[in-house]
Design a protein around this ligand. Sequence first.
Ligand code: BES
Ligand code: ZN
Length: 635
Amino acid sequence: MRIKHQNSWLLASLLLGLTACQSDDSGETDTATGSGQEQKSTAEVVDRHSYANSSEVELKHLDLDLTVDFEARQLKGSAQLAFDRLNPDADTLVLDTRDLTIEKVEAQKDNEWRATEFELAEADPVLGSKLTIRLPDGSERVRIHYETSPDASGLQWLEPSQTAGKKYPYMYSQSQAIHARSWLPIQDSPQVRVTYNANIRTPEHLLAVMSAYNEPDTELDGDYHFEMPQAIPSYLIAIGAGNLEFKAMSERTGVYAEPSVVAAAAYEFADTEAMMKTAERLFGPYHWGRYDLLILPPSFPFGGMENPRLSFITPTVIAGDRSLVNLIAHELAHSWSGNLVTNATWRDLWLNEGFTSYVENRIMEEVFSEERAVMEQALARQELVEEMETLEPRDTRLYLDLEGRDPDDAFSGVPYTKGQLLLMSLEERFGRETFDVFLRRYFDDHAFTSLTTEEFLAYLDKRLLEKHPGVVSEEEIKRWVYEAGLPEQAPDPQSPAFDKVTAERQAWIQGDKKAEQIPSRQWTVQEWLHFINGLPQDIGSERMAELDEAFGLTGSGNNEIAHAWMLLALRSGYDAIDERLESYLKNIGRRRLIVPLYEEMAKTGPGKARAQRIYREARPGYHYLARNTIDAVLK
Ligand code: BES
Ligand code: ZN
């Protein structure tokens, strides 16, 4: 039974009494909150993207035992689950699964394992299959023997040809938002946290890594053990395996990558330790021990994924000049916003991504410069404004409307940048010092818990708005959170460096200057992006050629610049990019860098035919999520 949030105070307190005595596994899983009222049980919040009965029986610990079978493209083995019975009469455990083959389920009682009944319901296209397991009286654990499907939505299996080294296969998981269930049976809701251990077997010469403690100089023997002592939500459980090498960047940071990539990656991301120190100074201790990076093949559909202790990172940001390392600041920032303090449901994603975008930018300001941080703010705002024009109004709210929808289908820059702008405006209005104290306390008070938007707003009210009356009203915040669009008073960061670029661009457009006369030698990647993004969309191929001749933009090795340039080229019919575009699309699978290009091509008949031709070849190399998106664009 699910209980509505508002009416459940009494019951929740009762349940809390129960959970409190059962979850004494570590002091860290306790809310260290000064006000008991902010504590809650998962019973209170409805997560429509999970079947789990976590308000009655809540998972606590996972033991995975899996073999990575590259030939069959399957994980095979077992998941053992320990749980708390919040309702002592509960006699079933309900889990989320998708496309899993369940061989058998056992329950443990009095140290003996016995088969127990289970029912795997028919699959829902968004949620997958509900798995209901019968819990014999007094049983404390279950063990599920299972295999994943070769098409598991949360796993990508790569042929050697799709890797940097071309000799060994590579596989990795991407669990957020609701794909963990496609590779392990779990209560797949961000409200439920588990600690985990895992035994993973791979072919002998390959290395497996997980979002857990990774031993930097582990023996390469195909048999690996992992322990994750901090309780994390299922979407942060992650695995990767391939021909990986480790290179340390500092005492507690390092990179895992294919041998031919590892040195470049370690150079590119050398500032990771400085970023950690900065974040700790601003937002409190880093709770996770080591922080390593796993560099994925270019087909990884995201820029990065904040898997705890081991962020997964696209190689498309290895530009050679550290120009795109805000991505690392972002994934690292999730160690506070997201991994430590988590959104309770996917409707509350902005609590993860908006806070993280804000923290990311604060790190960039400290480690690089205010100038760079402001440029990145301005680029993000510009991108948001443009994206919002293409979105339905309901998808421009911070508190998302996901009713009946797959969270993947409502993904946009809104929770990121609109959320960031809200926090920037709070910082501006209350002053940085006050806001920093609030934020740090927020992370401390909610460490290792999950929060709804409503709970955050109540906390904000009490800890910030009411303490400093007359600065920002509750109504104003509610408009930001629940209404569509960007409030008029949203911050509009002004970069003096960008103003200069704008002036140069104008002079060139008007014919007052030749391309060679633009003083661009010292321009950063951000300035180039500002230059390109502000060019007229119908600039025409002759003028594109002038720029290309002067600056070699088609040949840019920076993927962000290449993307912006090729997008403009498509819009203005400049076909000198054609070859570059094709090889780029066949090599890179990061959604943000390819989807806009396919969308642009799909706007005309011949363009669409061409896109379909390229896509036919590129598609097998893309991740499930990228395929889904582009299938819809080119259907
Ligand atoms: N957690 C996200 C990726 C994600 C979000 C996956 C929602 C699935 C569902 C990650 O931290 C992220 O935001 N990545 C961005 C980084 C960028 C904003 C610097 C990306 O991949 O582009
Ligand atoms: Zn993020």
